[in-house]
Design a protein around this ligand. Structure first.
Ligand SMILES: [Fe+2]
Ligand SMILES: [Fe+2]
Length: 266
């Protein structure tokens, strides 16, 4: 019995991953609520240097952390990523991000991610991030459609490869979520996990805007909220089958605060 008590007493606490930015803030007592800003589909262009400078300056006062939900660049070009990295230097709060399909277009998503990491962005993936006691997990996600009409892994190898891409993204997200021990968790995606937030887009392209398999993974965990982009003409608010709130934060989507980005207090 004594031995059992000793073992329990020695049990180490789970490590708290270090933030990539605003390290000094960690020494301050956490606030009652954390303001989480989220924005997707920035589509930074080669000739648009400085486009987001004022937005990022504003976010320094309106949020405690920013989630970027993919399509950070228009064509995944080096110059586009460099432009965004330069604008991000005006942002003093931490940033977590996932890539979107546009960031893959030039065949060098790793280079886009590398440039953004150098600017202090925490690129999510198999590794999650914790800031002020809130866990952040994210992946790009992929398509496949929703509900009973979801594409199945049947027939040609190309169809199976398509479905496998989504399953691989779900697997990465699962690894990240399993590593989080925080009470509150935010999931950042590019593709939508639910149909509700792509409504407004032509129905014919719903299967390319997201996939219910992402929601199946999310619903296995106690997630506080999900943010995603990609569906530029979709709807702002939705929820997973389990009831987890989902927000389409693509730049074009009208938010409740009238801004390009959403802010939730968690
Ligand atoms: Fe986009
Ligand atoms: Fe996209």
């Amino acid at each position: 019995m004594q031995e059992a008590v000793k073992t329990e007493a020695r049990k180490p606490l789970p490590p708290d991953p270090k933030p990539t930015r605003a390290a000094n803030d960690e020494a301050v007592a956490p606030p009652e609520t954390v303001r989480i800003a989220a924005l997707g589909d920035l589509h930074m262009k080669e000739d648009a240097a400085g486009f987001y400078k004022n937005l990022f300056l504003e976010l320094n006062d309106t949020a405690d952390i920013l989630c970027l939900a993919g399509d950070l660049t228009d064509f995944g070009r080096t110059k586009e990523a460099e432009n965004l990295a330069e604008d991000l230097r005006h942002l003093k709060i931490p940033v977590v991000a996932v890539l979107g399909n546009h960031d893959y277009e030039s065949g060098q998503p790793e280079e886009v991610a590398r440039i953004l990491r150098q600017a202090g962005v925490c690129m999510l993936g198999e590794t999650a991030h914790v800031h002020r006691g809130i866990g952040f997990a994210g992946v790009k996600g992929f398509g496949g459609g929703f509900g009973r009409r979801m594409l199945g892994a049947f027939g040609e190898p190309a169809v199976k490869a398509f479905v496998q891409e989504t399953l691989d993204e779900c697997h990465k997200l699962e690894i990240a979520l399993r590593s989080l021990h925080t009470e509150k968790k935010i999931v950042v995606l590019h593709y939508s996990p639910v149909e509700e937030t792509v409504v407004g887009e032509p129905e014919q392209i719903f299967p390319y805007l997201g996939c219910s398999r992402l929601a199946e993974t999310i619903d296995r965990y106690d997630i506080t909220a999900v943010v995603h982009g990609h569906a530029h003409r979709g709807s702002y608010r939705g929820k997973t089958p389990k009831g987890i709130p989902v927000f389409n934060v693509a730049a074009n989507i009208e938010k409740e605060n009238g801004k390009l980005y959403s802010v939730m207090e968690v």
